[in-house]
Design a binder for this molecule. Structure first.
Ligand code: GDP
Ligand code: IMO
Ligand code: MG
Length: 429
């Protein structure tokens, strides 16, 4: 049975939650492998909306969910999320949810530092989600992070937090000019989290290897998007983890030969939250219209998402970086009602077409998109379930994407609901 990685191809919020929830029906396990509660993944089932920040989007389908070693976990947020889903009647037990003992903890000082640094940067800020993601990964790389291993052992935790706060409190108080952390209060608070979460903590790599040996379907759920990747994205306007498919291995403890397919989620237009260059951004009434019709507000921070035309330079970049084997196009319904629709097929810099996606942000910011203009459509697509029923113009739009990129579209999403989906080819069938 195949294993599948689902990846955002743009700057996040492509509709990963919806597609993972849908595909999870036929999966045996769903795994988060990077990021943290900077993610906001929306699932809509029977008109009820659920947003998960840390729990994998297989939770509503009752699948076994794993939080891999590559995820940074704020235990308070995780417990709130567990309580929320349980209050909705969804079973979350150690049989249904496992957390890697090696996953790093987001601690109070990470959130303080995230906010403090952004405030100091003023206009030059990244526009982070303020969830402490960057400072936590930074400590992981500096080998002073604290993991679930320590959370589950009060003595280890107390020793580690005491050590780390000597430096952090100095930085917070004297550099950021903010209130330092109270170590005793943190130890008390985190002991409580440790007691509650300990039953869920395990070696996720070993657990997944059993599933792989038993030929079960595993779905790896990416967070953020390819162009927020710390190495391959629009650095420094990126998140602090690798968001590309290769990190499904590192972030969960499986080998690369166990990944079979990589599905790239492509929103039918482009959005971005936070700062950073965005060549196809629409700062006009069409951008406003897409923003309103697509309800483009951040699922984590509620910020208004910047909107623009579909950028195939990004998508081709994502195809190469992730080894994409197929696409799911989401939010096609949002483009209904536009007279014409632009697709960016390349960039021009200083009046000359350039190859690929520039690493130099000053060049990227100065790039002008080269557009191909296609006719729009006025038909409501939200009730269409078969590809053949799609009107000609949206089909032409999709087929143009396939022709230019050379990658087949297997899924088309025409509304937020789980059922508002056209499945041309199911990855688990
Ligand atoms: P994620 O972070 O990639 O999981 O995406 P988000 O959940 O942050 O943002 C996607 C938003 O679009 C959510 O509000 C979804 O409910 C919604 N959505 C997903 N697919 C579709 C679609 O095909 N059409 C419409 N209109 N909304 C969709
Ligand atoms: P999902 O999984 C969209 C953006 C932030 C900011 C940058 C760095 O829902 O697609 P961070 O808090 O990670 O240090 O912020 O990354 N960002 C996202 N944008 N969707 C996300 O997640 C994001 N997670 C982080 O807005 O620009
Ligand atoms: Mg999101």
């Amino acid at each position: 049975m195949p294993n599948l990685v689902v990846i955002g191809t743009q700057w996040g919020d492509e509709g990963k939650g919806k597609i993972v929830d849908l595909l999870a029906e036929r999966a045996d396990a769903v795994v988060r492998f990077q990021g943290g509660n900077n993610a906001g993944h929306t699932m809509v089932v029977n008109q009820e909306q659920f947003i998960s920040h840390l729990l994998p989007s297989g939770i509503l389908q009752g699948k076994t969910c794993y939080i891999g070693n590559g995820v940074v976990v704020d235990p308070q947020v995780l417990l709130e999320e567990i309580d929320f889903f349980q209050s909705k009647g969804i079973e979350i037990s150690p049989q249904k949810l496992s957390i890697s003992e090696r996953a790093h903890l987001i601690l109070p000082h990470h959130k303080i530092i995230d906010h403090g640094r952004e405030a100091l940067k003023g206009k030059a800020k990244i526009g982070t989600t303020g969830r402490g993601i960057g400072p936590c990964y930074e400590d992981k790389a500096a080998r002073r992070g604290i993991r679930f291993v320590e959370l589950c052992d009060p003595e280890l935790f107390a020793k580690a937090i005491n050590e780390v706060l000597i430096e952090k409190n100095h930085y917070i108080e004297h550099y950021l000019k903010m209130e330092p952390c109270d170590v005793t209060a943190i130890i008390r608070e985190y002991q409580d989290y440790g007691n509650r979460l300990k039953p869920y903590v395990t070696n996720v790599s070993v657990a997944l290897s059993h599933k792989i040996r038993n030929h079960q379907n595993i779905l790896f759920e990416g967070a953020q998007g390819t162009h927020l990747d710390i190495d391959h994205g629009t650095y420094p306007f990126v998140t602090s983890s690798n968001t590309v498919s290769g990190n499904a291995c590192n972030g969960s403890g499986v080998g690369p030969k166990d990944l079979d397919h990589v599905l790239g989620i492509v929103k039918a237009y482009t959005t971005r939250v936070g700062q950073g260059p965005f060549p196809t951004e629409l700062l006009d009434e069409i951008g406003d219209r897409i923003q309103k019709k697509g309800a483009e507000f951040g699922a984590t921070t509620g910020r208004r998402r910047r909107c623009g035309w579909l950028d195939l330079v990004l998508i081709e970049n994502a195809a190469r970086l992730n080894g994409l084997t197929c696409f799911a196009i989401t939010k096609l319904d949002v483009l209904t009602g536009l007279e014409t629709i632009n697709i960016c097929t390349g960039y021009e810099y200083n009046g000359t077409p350039i190859e690929g996606f520039p690493g130099n942000l000053n060049i990227l910011a100065a790039c002008k998109p080269i557009y191909e203009t296609l006719p729009g459509w006025s038909e409501d697509l939200t009730n269409i379930r078969n590809y053949e029923e799609l009107p000609l113009n949206p089909r032409d739009y999709l087929e143009r994407i396939e022709t230019i990129t050379g990658i087949s579209i297997h899924i088309v999403s025409v509304g937020p609901g789980r059922e508002q989906t056209i499945i041309k080819k199911h990855p688990f069938l």
